[in-house]
Structures are given as structure tokens and as C-alpha cells.
Design a protein around this ligand. Structure first.
Ligand SMILES: Nc1nc2c(ncn2[C@@H]2O[C@H](COP(=O)(O)OP(=O)(O)O)[C@@H](O)[C@H]2O)c(=O)[nH]1
Ligand SMILES: [Mg+2]
Length: 205
């Protein structure tokens, strides 16, 4: 049996979301990439189970930034696209940059937006403090503040660096493992079965 699941990477613009996906899937870091890829997918073996992880990068919701659906974002707006992504996803990265206090302050709001329609007992989130390679002088958010917020929200917490490939695989593995433990294979419900909102987004192949 192979599981397929969608993982949404969300957070403020510029916090390093796409760089995390690129490092995880393509194993590289390009400081200022300018090409868009039509999605990221990676196969992993976690606890002897084979999983396909489809990464939804909410950078693609941004106005004018999605070359694949250029007319849709202006028509419906970023919020509508993001809601579609949230509905599709089974696991969530809520990312801030350790060098941006405002991105950290937005984490709780993003968390509420995600879990307004999702049950956090089924669908795990991890709070990711990105760019932890930056010097202390560039930091605006300490590790303990990040950990404390994650505790308050009831999430896992990790600091990562896509640039130095630090904790990137660990972050993805951790949230996917949580999803798998909360949704064992026998609990998988087919997508067409109601209630749709709480249907585990796994496909048994
Ligand atoms: N120092 C450092 N810079 C990073 C890291 N990840 C991303 N960046 C830089 O932050 C900027 C925004 O990254 P990007 O992945 O496009 O952010 P997104 O808008 O959240 O998708 C780019 O200039 C990246 O080179 C990291 O781990 N360390
Ligand atoms: Mg991006």
C-alpha cells in the first residue's frame, strides 16, 4: 500500500517556503530562483511505509505569481485559492522567518485560518522557524519564543535552514509521521465518503 498526501506550506511572503520545498525535493538552495515549478512531489519511506508527499506551496496563491493559472488569482483572490489548498491538505507547515517578527506574529492567525475548517486531531501542523542559519544580529525571534508559541497552539516546533539543509527532512518527516500515526491505514476513508471535511486525505493504491 502506498499513501499519497498533500502538505501545505503556508506563511508570510519571503519567509522561505519555496526554498524549503526545493531543498526537500530537489536538494538544492538557490538564493534567488526565478522559475516556477508545477508542484513538488517526493516519495519517502517512513516507519516502513511508502508515502508520496505532494507539496502545496501557498506562494502559488499570490496575486500574479502563479504562471499556471494566471487568470484565476486576480479573479477570485488569494484567499479563495488558499482555502482550496487548506481543504486539500492533510499536513501543514506554518512558516515564519526567525529574522522577521511580523511573520512570527502572523503565525497564530494563520493557524486559526487553517484549523477553522480542519480538525487538528486528525491533521497535524508544525511551526517552522526558517532561516536559522542567520547570525544572531539578524534574529528577531528567539528559539524559545518559537517553541513557546508552538506549545500554546499544541503543535510541533522546529527551526530550519533551507540554505544549509538543516532540519529540512526532519521537519517534513515529523509532520508526515504525525499524520500517519493519527490516520492509520485502516481508518482511511475514500474521498467521496461524507463527511468530506474530516475525510483523511489518503489514497490507498
Ligand atoms: N539565509 C537564508 N535565506 C533563505 C533561506 N530560505 C530562503 N531564504 C531566502 O529568503 C528569500 C525568500 O525565500 P523564498 O523561498 O522565495 O520565500 P517564500 O516567499 O516564503 O517562498 C530568498 O531570497 C531566499 O534566498 C534560509 O534557510 N536561509
Ligand atoms: Mg515562494
Amino acid at each position: 500500500m502506498v499513501r499519497c498526501l498533500h502538505l501545505l506550506i503556508t506563511g508570510d511572503r519571503g519567509v522561505g517556503k519555496t526554498s524549503l520545498a526545493r531543498q526537500f525535493v530537489l536538494c538544492h538552495f538557490i538564493p534567488d530562483f526565478d522559475e516556477w515549478l508545477d508542484g513538488f512531489r517526493k516519495q519517502m519511506i517512513i516507519d516502513k511505509e511508502c508515502v508520496f508527499i505532494d507539496i502545496l506551496d501557498d506562494s502559488y496563491c499570490r496575486w500574479g505569481q502563479n504562471p499556471y493559472i494566471p487568470d484565476v488569482a486576480p479573479l477570485f483572490g488569494e484567499q479563495v485559492l488558499r482555502r482550496l489548498y487548506i481543504r486539500e491538505a492533510s499536513c501543514f507547515f506554518i512558516v515564519y522567518s526567525v529574522a522577521s517578527r511580523s511573520s512570527f506574529e502572523n503565525v497564530a492567525t494563520i493557524y486559526q485560518e487553517v484549523f477553522r475548517t480542519k480538525d487538528p486531531k486528525l491533521y497535524p501542523a508544525i511551526i517552522v522557524g526558517a532561516k536559522c542559519d542567520l547570525a544572531d544580529s539578524d534574529r528577531e525571534v528567539s528559539t524559545s519564543e518559537g517553541r513557546h508559541l508552538a506549545e500554546v497552539l499544541g503543535c510541533e516546533f522546529i527551526e530550519t535552514s533551507a540554505k544549509e539543509d538543516h532540519n529540512v527532512t526532519e521537519a517534513f518527516t515529523s509532520v508526515v509521521r504525525l499524520f500517519m500515526s493519527r490516520n492509520p491505514p485502516q481508518s482511511v476513508v475514500r474521498r467521496s465518503s461524507p463527511p468530506r471535511r474530516h475525510t483523511a486525505r489518503c489514497v490507498v493504491i
